[in-house]
Design a protein around this ligand. Structure first.
Ligand SMILES: [Zn+2]
Length: 305
């Protein structure tokens, strides 16, 4: 398989109302052909999570299904512009609803793959609670969701061979306890899920800061030139480095506060303006306090143990 240059063949979903509010500016959802037959839909509506599909000779692999059946059907419509081949596999990079609540639309693939903790988080009352939480965000189309957990799970690593593609699914804890990223070795590409947010503060409510940094170290060490993040535009290796540096910086600032004996509240008051200024190009600044809190709790627990 020959790696070709990044092609930004953009087919914009030109439908009135398909605008997304992103960092104060309106960004159109768009489908980017990252490589021939590898497409990523970025800046989706309702939630701005990305979805990627790979068209192999045998059929299609879908990575992350977006936030609702309505949004997943848009992904399916994009796929059908390019091929009528069946959906072979659906893969969830982690359990968050903006990556899994469209799963039911891809049930025809028979196989929805994820880390085993994703199945746990989406099964029974846990799945219902997660959907209820998303409903509180008032995202359109969530009444149609039937939470559909993965039915093929793994613990550390899994390899998928489909047509001419070889996908290495690698579990690392970081953004959640069930993250996977996909290494497409021949393409020198990773589909990173929410281990990488591009251009915005990450959501860290389920995060493990130090392990997240380790996961990014590991990813950076791979032979990678193209990075498809969970949110934001596709880019190169600097996306991995930028995310890692944000987390390293956050951790060291919070550790400094703990060393000074600051309370969580004091740490937030001190660090919020620092982070906001340093990362003023990032969207979703409303996540800063949550980022400080999660890091503070993790580091405090470590000190207490
Ligand atoms: Zn997420």
């Amino acid at each position: 398989m020959v790696r070709k240059k990044l092609q930004f063949i953009v087919s914009v979903w030109v439908v009135a109302g398909l605008l997304n509010v992103f960092a104060g500016t309106q960004v159109l959802a768009k489908t980017v052909e990252v490589f021939p037959n590898v497409f990523t839909i970025v800046h989706g509506e309702g939630s701005d999570s990305n979805s990627t599909f790979i068209i192999t000779k045998e059929g299609v692999i879908v990575v992350d299904t977006r936030v609702s059946p309505m949004e997943a059907k848009k992904v399916m419509a994009e796929i059908r512009k390019h091929t009528q081949l069946p959906i072979l596999y659906t893969i969830n990079t982690h359990y968050h609803g903006d990556h899994t609540f469209g799963n039911q639309v891809f049930r025809g693939s028979k196989t929805i793959i994820a880390h085993k903790n994703v199945r746990r988080a989406l099964t029974g009352s846990a799945g219902k609670d997660h959907l209820d939480r998303f409903k509180s965000f008032k995202i359109e189309g969530l009444d149609e969701v039937t939470v559909t957990p993965p039915n093929m799970v793994f613990e550390k690593r899994m390899e998928v061979y489909a047509g001419e593609y070889h996908l290495q699914l690698i579990h690392r804890r970081g953004h959640t306890n069930g993250d996977l990223f996909i290494h497409l070795k021949e393409l020198k590409a990773v589909i990173a899920g929410d281990l990488i947010f591009n251009g915005q503060f990450p959501y860290m409510g389920d995060g493990y800061v130090s392990e997240w940094i380790d996961a990014l170290h590991y990813m950076e060490d791979q032979d990678v030139e193209m990075v498809i993040p969970g949110h934001g535009d596709v880019g190169g290796k600097p996306l991995i480095i930028a995310m890692k540096h944000y987390l390293l910086n956050l951790r060291s600032l919070v550790q400094g506060q703990i060393n000074d004996g600051a309370s969580l509240q004091k740490a937030k008051e001190t660090l919020h303006p620092v982070l906001k200024e340093k990362y003023k190009n990032f969207g979703k600044a409303e996540r800063i306090d949550g980022n400080i809190e999660r890091t503070y709790l993790e580091l405090s627990l470590k000190e207490g143990s």
